[in-house]
Design a protein around this ligand. Structure first.
Ligand code: GDP
Length: 252
């Protein structure tokens, strides 16, 4: 009867709620606000588009729809003939992205605090699935910017390293790993360092504690991928945010 029909209608018209949370960190000026705004625009149907503005002083939580052409980790091993994987028929896959302010004074109270809270959460609604750390690759030629960026990244990775080593925990069961993407933004600018050279950020140059390889030994996977929020509409290689969306897709 009618209730059954209504039931079916309801399930067809409402997309499943997003279940994965990604946290976006990085120094101010890296392009986090621009990236968040771009993803929001791309996820909004044309009929509902309106100019949204975000400030860089507070955290913003947005719900994003993964472009249907981006593969996800959970369907990676399925046959390409599987009809449920066809772009047009795939149910929209959504995730949440939390953008945080990158200004020096707000890092500990907002960015790092958010990371600690999301990485210790057991609740699916708030638990972190992946971490994006955005870097302005064109500004890294400036020594002060490089230092500042590296120091923020080190603080972030330290939180993950301590978590991976299970500091202060008696539990023997390891928490789920948190993959890290270093999103090397502004590859459209001619002063930009190639994304592969972002290893400079992870290099411990004999003094520090970190190298990306060391992190891998404790089970933290760090990927460095270049892109440009500005060039997203263009087809040029290395531009756009597609490869970051693919990284997110692999986490889903
Ligand atoms: P946030 O402080 O990390 O949120 O950085 P914003 O999103 O405010 O970006 C800082 C500046 O970089 C803005 O003027 C952006 O327009 C600019 N920007 C962001 N992404 C790109 C990019 O891919 N290429 C270039 N050339 N500029 C960018």
């Amino acid at each position: 009867g009618v209730p059954v029909l209504l039931h079916i209608f309801f399930f067809r018209s409402v997309a499943s709620p997003p279940s994965s949370n990604f946290l976006l960190l990085g120094p101010s000026g890296a392009g986090k606000t621009a990236f968040t705004a771009l993803l929001e625009v791309k996820s909004t149907p044309a009929s509902k588009k309106s100019q949204t503005t975000h400030t860089s002083q507070t955290s913003t939580l947005i719900t994003v729809t993964l472009p249907p052409s981006v593969p996800t980790g959970s369907n990676r091993y399925r046959s390409i003939n599987d009809p449920s994987l066809k772009e047009a028929t795939r149910n929209p896959i959504r995730y949440r992205l939390k953008d945080t302010p990158g200004h020096g004074k707000l890092r500990q109270t907002q960015g790092i605090a958010e990371l600690i809270s999301m990485s210790s959460s057991k609740d699916l609604k708030t638990k972190i699935r992946g971490l994006l750390f955005m870097v302005d690759t064109a500004a890294l030629v400036d020594e002060a910017t490089l230092r500042d960026t590296a120091s923020y990244l080190h603080d972030v990775l330290l939180v993950l390293q301590q978590r991976a080593l299970g500091k202060g925990k008696s539990s023997t069961k390891r928490d789920a790993e948190i993959p890290v993407l270093i999103a090397g933004n502004k590859q459209d600018l001619f002063t930009a360092l190639p994304a592969e050279e972002e290893e400079v950020l992870g290099d411990d140059d004999g003094k520090g504690v970190f190298s990306f390889k060391l992190l891998e030994q404790v089970g933290i996977k760090v990927d460095v991928v270049g892109g440009a929020v500005k060039g997203d509409a263009e087809e040029e290689i290395g531009s756009g945010v597609r490869r970051w969306e693919e990284w997110i897709g692999m986490c889903l």
